[in-house]
Design a protein around this ligand. Structure first.
Ligand SMILES: [Zn+2]
Length: 368
């Protein structure tokens, strides 16, 4: 149905109802917008992505949903597979696998939890506009979203410390000691790549969450990475996950946000686009090393250090201490060193993307 509007405006509660109205007039379709396309260099993905610059208006107290087939056109991708279990968008370099009726997307193989469900609206699979603007396009075309973001030093935040021991490991270690060991190794690998890093704590001391965030200003840090390890009631749960702040108005991945919590505007929301790029780069780096089965994805949460951060910030849960094989590996300095190297590699990619965005924003945009 080429030529029909690609934007559907509706209340979130009615996401699955047939009664949703198609919203005309505010959206310039891909064909109309073609003349306004800019070539955006996509860092790390090795492609030049054509991005439609047309804006989309969101209805008051409503949600804007975008048809995936329309987005595929805008992104220069095709939809070779479209079933009830999977909507696959593909270009030469990029694969987007959306799982209908869930919040799951695999972007070039890395799991990303969307801010809203992939929904069926009048027979078309749609995503919320927030996931176009605050999730997918920043990752695919970072140069358009990272210009003006600060660079190093990187502030590494080893979780817990002092009286706050964190989670216990199956091998008898404490999370606070493992996070410090990891942060020190990440700092070394960043230094090897020419990226300066400082730590919120370099010894075993109690540090409030407020103090950790205040250190962003004190150290003039442009990147904040909090390092933690996970624990779960079930000893069989394993894997790594990277958290970025939930955009205003949306539910965190774990759910349970009250309406007032969802509507809260946080300092960290100024960096929504950069937060998700940083999270994606780290999570991707870890997945490529550990394998897909360890990939618990880029997730959203309103952790205090992410809410109050005054620069782009993420929180990495670098393994489950309640999972015996993981706990055993973390007892080895060699394993911790490779883990640190992979986290550092993701941070370095992000820092380079910020530098590239700075350079390209001063250049004359390419037209076609
Ligand atoms: Zn922790």
């Amino acid at each position: 149905m080429l030529g029909s509007p690609g934007v559907v405006v509706m209340r979130r509660q009615r996401a699955h109802r047939e009664s949703a109205r198609r919203h005309r007039g505010n959206h310039r379709g891909p064909a109309q917008g073609a003349g306004r396309r800019l070539l955006a260099k996509c860092f790390g993905l090795g492609l030049s992505l054509s991005v439609v610059t047309t804006s989309v208006r969101t209805a008051v107290a409503g949600e804007t949903y975008l048809e995936l087939r329309r987005l595929a056109l805008a992104w220069g991708m095709t939809i070779p597979t479209h079933t009830k279990d999977l909507v696959l968008l593909k270009s030469s370099w990029t694969t987007l696998e959306f799982v209908p009726q869930t919040r799951q997307l695999r972007l070039n193989g890395t799991l990303i939890w969307l801010n809203d469900t992939v929904s069926d609206v009048k027979g078309q699979w749609c995503i919320n506009a927030v996931d176009r603007s605050r999730t997918i396009e920043p990752i695919l075309a970072p140069s358009r979203h990272l210009a003006g973001m600060p660079g190093p030093p990187v502030l590494l935040d080893p979780g817990h410390g002092g009286e706050d021991v964190g989670a216990p490991s199956r091998t008898g270690d404490w999370e606070k000691d493992l996070t410090l060991a990891l942060a020190r190794r990440v700092r070394i690998h960043l230094a090897n790549a020419g990226v300066r890093a400082v730590l919120t704590r370099d010894d075993d001391r109690t540090l409030s969450l407020e103090t950790r965030v205040q250190m962003i200003r004190r150290t003039r840090a442009g990147v904040f990475v909090s390092l933690h390890f996970n624990t779960a009631p079930s000893p069989s749960v394993y894997g790594v996950e990277t958290f970025a702040l939930t955009p205003q108005g949306y539910s965190s991945t774990a759910g349970g946000d009250s309406p007032s919590r969802r509507s809260l505007w946080c300092s960290g929301n100024r960096f929504d686009a950069a937060n998700v790029v940083l999270a994606y780069r780290i999570q991707r780096s870890l997945r490529l090393w550990l394998g897909n089965d360890h990939d618990r994805g880029v997730r959203r949460a309103r952790f205090q250090v992410l809410r109050d951060a005054t620069c782009p910030a993420v929180l990495v849960e670098a393994g489950f201490l309640s999972h015996t094989p993981t706990a055993r590996r973390l007892a080895s300095a060699e394993y911790v060193d490779v883990l640190a190297q992979r986290i550092a590699a993701g941070i370095v990619e992000y820092v380079h993307a910020v530098e590239a965005a700075r350079t390209s924003s001063t250049a004359v945009p390419a037209k076609r």
